[in-house]
Structure formats: structure tokens, C-alpha cells
Design a protein around this ligand. Structure first.
Ligand code: URA
Length: 435
């Protein structure tokens, strides 16, 4: 009897690492192999860490990034929305503070006739996660089977749920590794990570909200533009109509950073109110999604004003077990941060507010930690507002008041009140559009 022979591997991990270390282009077969072998456990974590660092330092060209993305898609299953009667469109934000736009946007765009499959994530670090926010609604559940998701898309038009384990498993493994090896910030790795999931999800149109500023991964406009154009090229090459907006994350979006308090703000927007920047960005992204899906004729402002978007929201929450009328959890303790003087608020730093909300319990330090539904930061003045000394600028919320001092430390230097007549030096809400 012949002894069983393990099938020989096409490459050796070290030769692929050395090639990228020495600034060579990786070949298509090398990329296909290294992603597949890493998913199978043949390439070890320490080898993939070295390769990720070599990519961070030496980059990849458009062909390499495209192939890397395709290999990550091929590591798992692809979803199929071709049985739906409506065109599909999705939005992805690279992550920010107070960014709850998905919550009003998905039902709004569904109310305008599209199907919106929004596979979302949880927060890590100072950026919040859409699923954590929705889980503050009593009864709401994030995990749906593919059949439940398709049924809800057909019947309601919008679904916000967790991505199943089968979608781009190579990315799940690699993202967790990058998180602990200082290799998150590589543009080729961010772009392929986001786009492999979006392409595998099978949406027909995709609008990317690439955040720029202290509260974002990309701190400056040039890098944000490079990330946006890399992702637009990947989407377009894969047949997905893709457009990207660069939007301001120097200061938090809206007037809340947390979970339940951001849901409450989303409901305000759906009821026709809400903070002007949130309403403007929601409508801008909705118009882009409709245009990318060939439905320019619809004005989303109408669906917001006449209550159709709110109806879809209620049905979307109910379909996933949630009670849209249940009171949202409220934090047990609050602490006001007061304006130090009369004048104009010229700075409210997104990263400082994001870290404060995180330390109050709205976010998690490790991915298995629970979050507090009621924790976070309420914002009473945005940059440009005239404030009076002693009036509240921020309200900090938590169930565990021992967290207040560390949250206050995070806010140290994060806001500034200048004399009357001063103006904040801020980017516009929408900085650029890349198609
Ligand atoms: N979001 C992702 O899904 N991947 C990244 O690499 C960064 C943000």
C-alpha cells in the first residue's frame, strides 16, 4: 500500500515574504496561494504578519491589490441577490465617531425603491459599530440566515445584520492579525479587506463614505483620496458601480456618540428632525446610492418628509425581533462638561470624543467585551457655535461612574472656546467625490 503523501505546496511562505520585503511585485499565483494557504493554516500567523508588514512598508500595485481582493473573495462564499425584484445598493463607511448614518439611510433608500443589504460590524477601539447601536433596541437580533436576509430584503427592502462566517474568511483571519501587529493602516490591506466583503456580498451598487480627520483611520485628505480611489477601482473592476465620498471626521457627526443615544438620534432624523449635518449626509449618500442604482428620479427628501422612511425603519426593526416602540436604555449616571468661558467653540475633536465614549463603556477594548447600551457622550455645541461660560458643552453618560475620570482625561485638550468673532478651521462636511 502506498503511504499517503500530503499534496506539495506550490510555493514556500518565506519566498513570498522575501519577494515583498525586497520590493518585488507578487505574481498572481503567489497571491492566490498565500491567501489560500493562510486560510487553510499552512501559512502561519507569524509568516502572514511579516508579509502584511512588508505590504505596509512597500505597497502593492493595482494588479496585486485586485488579485489579493479576488483571492480573499474566493476564500469563502458569495451571496446572490439576483432573485430580488429591486436593484441592490449598499453603503460602507470606513468608520468614525457619531456615525450612525446607516440607521436612517438603509430604510430611507429602501423607501425609494432599492433593496439595501447592509452587512455591518461591531465597534472596536474608538469607532462605534452599527450592530452594537441596534442591539440597544430591546429584542433586536443581528444574526440572520441567508434565507431570512433575502426574505426581509424582498418584503421590507432593508436589512442591517451581521456578516455570516462564510463571507471572506481570509479577511476575518487577516484583519484580526493586523489589529495586533500594527498593520491595519496599509491602504492596499484596508481597501482589499473592505472591498472583498462588499464584492462577495453581491451588491450591484456601492457608495463608500471615506472618513478624513482625527476620528478616522485616514488622518489627511491625500491618504483618504488614495484609499477612496483604490476602492473605487476595485469595485469598478469587479462590475460593482462604485462611488466614494470623502467626508469630515475632524469633529463628531451629529450630537451623540454612543449606542442607544445614536439610535434615538436616527429616529429623530426619520421623524423629520435630527442634527443638520446628519440629515445632510444621509440625503447626500441616499442620492448617490439611488444614482448608482439608476434611480436618479427619486428624491429621498420626500420619503423622509412623508414618513415612508420611518415606516420602513419600523418594519425593519420588527422583522429582526426588535420593538420600535420600546423605551431605549438610559445610563444611570451623568456628568456635565461645562464651557470654560464665553466665546465661540472652535474645536471639538472627534478622536477625543470617540475615546471618551469608548471609555464610558460605549465601546469595547477586546472584541469579546460587552458594551453598555446607554453609555456615551451627548454634544450640546458643535464647532462654530457661540457658547456661554458655565453652560454644558457635553454630557457624559455611563452605568459605571468610576469611568468618568478616564473619559475626562480623554477630553483634555479636545475642545477649545475662542474669543467672540473667531471661526473654526474645518473641512466641509463633504470634502470630495471620487467616481
Ligand atoms: N474596515 C475593514 O473592514 N477592514 C479594514 O481593513 C479597515 C476597516
Amino acid at each position: 500500500m502506498m503511504a499517503h503523501m500530503a499534496s506539495p505546496e506550490a510555493f514556500d511562505a518565506v519566498e513570498v515574504i522575501v519577494a515583498k520585503r525586497d520590493r518585488h511585485e507578487l505574481t498572481d499565483p503567489q497571491i492566490d496561494w498565500v491567501i489560500d494557504a493562510y486560510t487553510r493554516g499552512v501559512v502561519a500567523d507569524e509568516q502572514m504578519s511579516a508579509l502584511a508588514m512588508a505590504v505596509l512598508l512597500n505597497g502593492m500595485n493595482r494588479r496585486e491589490i485586485g488579485r489579493w481582493t479576488a483571492a480573499m473573495i474566493a476564500s469563502g462564499e458569495r451571496m446572490d441577490f439576483s432573485t430580488l425584484s429591486r436593484p441592490t445598493a449598499d453603503k460602507h463607511s470606513t468608520g468614525g465617531v457619531g456615525d450612525m448614518i446607516t440607521l436612517p439611510l438603509a430604510p430611507l433608500v429602501a423607501a425609494c425603491g432599492l433593496a439595501v443589504p447592509q452587512l455591518s460590524g461591531r465597534g472596536l477601539g474608538h469607532t462605534g459599530g452599527t450592530l452594537d447601536k441596534l442591539e440597544s433596541i430591546p429584542g433586536w437580533r443581528a444574526s440572520l440566515s441567508s434565507e431570512e436576509m433575502l426574505r426581509q430584503l424582498d418584503e421590507v427592502g432593508a436589512v442591517i445584520c451581521a456578516a455570516g462566517a462564510g463571507l471572506a474568511p481570509a479577511d476575518k483571519k487577516l484583519y484580526a492579525l493586523r489589529d495586533v501587529t500594527g498593520t491595519v493602516e496599509a491602504i492596499p490591506l484596508i481597501a482589499s479587506s473592505i472591498m472583498s466583503k462588499k464584492i462577495a456580498e453581491g451588491t450591484g451598487a456601492l457608495v463608500l463614505d471615506v472618513k478624513v480627520g482625527s476620528g478616522a483611520f485616514m488622518k489627511d485628505v491625500a491618504r483618504a483620496r488614495e484609499l477612496a480611489s483604490t476602492m473605487v477601482a476595485l469595485g469598478t473592476d469587479a462590475g460593482v458601480r462604485t462611488v466614494a465620498l470623502l467626508t469630515n471626521m475632524q469633529t463628531p457627526l451629529g450630537l451623540a456618540a454612543g449606542n442607544a443615544i445614536e439610535v434615538a438620534q436616527a429616529v429623530d432624523v426619520l421623524a423629520g428632525g435630527g442634527p443638520p449635518d446628519v440629515v445632510e449626509l444621509t440625503l447626500t449618500l441616499a442620492r448617490e446610492m439611488l444614482a448608482a442604482a439608476g434611480r436618479e428620479g427619486e428624491d429621498p427628501a420626500d420619503a423622509l418628509a412623508d414618513g415612508r422612511a420611518m415606516d420602513v425603519w419600523r418594519r425593519m426593526i420588527l422583522a429582526q425581533g426588535g420593538d420600535p416602540d420600546a423605551p431605549l436604555p438610559v445610563a444611570r449616571h451623568r456628568h456635565e462638561v461645562l464651557a470654560p468661558a464665553d466665546g465661540v467653540l472652535t474645536q471639538l475633536d472627534a478622536l477625543a470624543v470617540g475615546i471618551a465614549a469608548w471609555r464610558l463603556g460605549a465601546g469595547r477594548a477586546r472584541k469579546e467585551d460587552p458594551v453598555q447600551a446607554g453609555a456615551g457622550v451627548l454634544i450640546h455645541a458643535k464647532p462654530g457655535a457661540v457658547v456661554r461660560g458655565g453652560e454644558p458643552l457635553l454630557t457624559l453618560l455611563t452605568d459605571t461612574p468610576e469611568r468618568f475620570p478616564r473619559a475626562l482625561d480623554a477630553l483634555e485638550g479636545g475642545y477649545f472656546v475662542a474669543p467672540h468673532g473667531s471661526r473654526p478651521d474645518l473641512l466641509p462636511l463633504v470634502v470630495d467625490r471620487i467616481a
